[in-house]
Design a protein around this ligand. Sequence first.
Ligand code: SAH
Length: 299
Amino acid sequence: MSSIDDSPPHEPVMVEEVLENLCLHPGDIILDCTVGGGGHAIKIMDKIKPDGCLIGIDKDFEMLNMTKQYLSNRGCSFRLYHANYSDVDEVLKMANIDKVHGVLLDLGVSSLQFDMAERGFSFSKEGRLDMRMDRSSSFTAQDLLRKISERELEELLRKYGEERWSKRIARRVIKERSECELKSTTQLAKLIERTVPVKKSRIHPATKVFQALRIAVNRELENLEIFLNKIHNFMEKGARIAVISFHSLEDRIVKNSFIEMADKNIFHIVTKKPLRPGASEIGKNVRSRSAKLRVAERI
Ligand code: SAH
């Protein structure tokens, strides 16, 4: 007899709020565009089984292989696609599905990806400066840092990291780069520590720089905008979309897109203000700390 391990590989964020707001029914077809470790997916499958179907998308092939095992034998069918969610139209065409009853987007990287040192997402774990969510793409953070000009880097850090010391850091990176190639996460983190004034802050001085590089390498904001502009075409009337974002740049895009769609009578905005995790969730799962959940319904 095979035993099923029920502890999720990735602790899903705001899962109760997501389930409640997606208003799931048995038989629904639900699209999880960032299926990751399957933490949300498995809970969704519980609500739509036995006849429903979960369509899961992720850019990270290794993640999908692992998640396939985790979601198997749960009494609900599912299909996983290695794709960019900005190509959702192609995925649904491949799946032979016109419209879905609910959509989830849980942005950013998962704690699983973050914890794998070799993926290069974490400044506190020694690894190559990689940061690709999709390891079949060829452009890494190391490539970016090898080619970018000082002015472009400064702008990137300001725009995607809202980094106060962007000018100083950009200058230092370019100087250091001329002496030896920037290859590792901790090498970059130490450089930033030496560059910005020491402050007893809640966050590490490299946090925003790493966020900015990750957003650029994975073209996160562009993908989000492309996706939000077309997803309504694939939602049944009454279907809901729930988006969890983790920083103000993403949240602003989601908020403005929902407003624009509401003006066009395409969406009804369910959450006038974004929902936030409760104190007990933040205490248990640090990744949830900055989460914001926005929900809209297809008219
Ligand atoms: N909800 C998941 C965790 C999601 S973490 C769970 O509960 O387990 C975010 C996931 O989205 C990561 O696995 C990342 O690889 C994926 N991702 C980020 N941007 C993407 C994109 N543009 N297309 C497809 N997947 C993406």
